[in-house]
Design a protein around this ligand. Structure first.
Ligand code: AMP
Length: 178
C-alpha cells in the first residue's frame, strides 16, 4: 500500500475541537480519488477472503469507506448511528466518554446469525466508541466480527487497541505516533 500517498493527503488540524487535540482530518483523503482507490484496494485485499457478509459503518466518517467497501466485497452495509437517528426498532449500547456518556444504535433486523461482520471507522483513539460497536454487534449473535480503521493513533496514554480486547480481529491502514 502507498502509505506515503495517504500520509501526504491526510490533514492535521491542531486544537480541534478543543485545545491540545491533533485532529486527523480524513476529508482530505476522501476528496482525492487516488487516495480513495488506494484505501479501497488495501481494504479489499485484507478482507476479500474472510467471507464478510455485512460491513458496519460508524457514524459518520465510517460510512464513506464502509459503504464502498461493502459494494466491492459483495456485502450489505449497516449504519451504526448516534441515538435518535434511525427510524425503525433499534438495539442500543451506551459507553462512557471523557465527559459524560454516549449511546449508539443499530436496527434490530440488521443481522442474521450467519453474518460475518466487518465494523469500520476512520480512526482509533481510546477505542471507546468501537468497543461499544463491537459489544452491540456481538449482542446480535453473529458468526464472526472483524474491525478496521483507516488510522490508529498510538500515543502516550492511548491504549485503544488493548481496550478493544480480542473479540475481533483488528487491522489499520496507517499507524500514527503523533
Ligand atoms: P475513540 O472512541 O476515542 O477511539 O474515538 C474515535 C472516534 O472519535 C472516531 O470516530 C474518530 O472519528 C474520532 N476521533 C477521536 N480522536 C480523533 C482525532 N485525534 N482526530 C480525528 N478524529 C478523532
Amino acid at each position: 500500500m502507498k502509505k506515503e500517498l495517504l500520509l501526504a493527503h491526510l490533514r492535521n488540524i491542531p486544537d480541534f475541537p478543543k485545545p491540545g487535540i491533533q485532529f486527523k482530518d480524513v476529508s482530505t483523503l476522501f476528496k482525492n480519488p487516488l487516495c480513495i482507490r488506494e484505501m479501497l484496494d488495501e481494504m479489499v485485499s485484507l478482507y476479500k477472503d474472510k467471507g464478510i457478509t455485512k460491513v458496519v459503518g460508524i457514524e459518520s466518517r465510517g460510512f464513506v469507506m464502509g459503504a464502498i467497501l461493502a459494494a466491492e466485497l459483495g456485502a450489505g452495509f449497516v449504519m451504526c448511528r448516534k441515538i435518535g437517528k434511525l427510524p425503525g426498532n433499534t438495539r442500543k449500547m451506551s459507553y462512557g466518554k471523557e465527559y459524560g456518556e454516549d449511546t449508539i444504535e443499530i436496527h434490530t433486523d440488521a443481522f442474521s446469525p450467519t453474518d460475518v461482520v466487518l465494523i469500520h471507522d476512520d480512526l482509533l483513539a481510546t477505542g471507546g466508541s468501537m468497543k461499544a460497536a463491537i459489544d452491540l454487534v456481538d449482542s446480535f449473535g453473529v458468526r464472526d466480527i472483524y474491525v478496521n480503521f483507516i488510522i490508529e493513533l498510538r500515543m502516550e496514554g492511548l491504549k485503544g487497541r488493548e481496550f478493544l480486547g480480542n473479540r475481533a480481529d483488528i487491522t489499520t491502514l496507517l499507524t500514527l505516533f503523533e
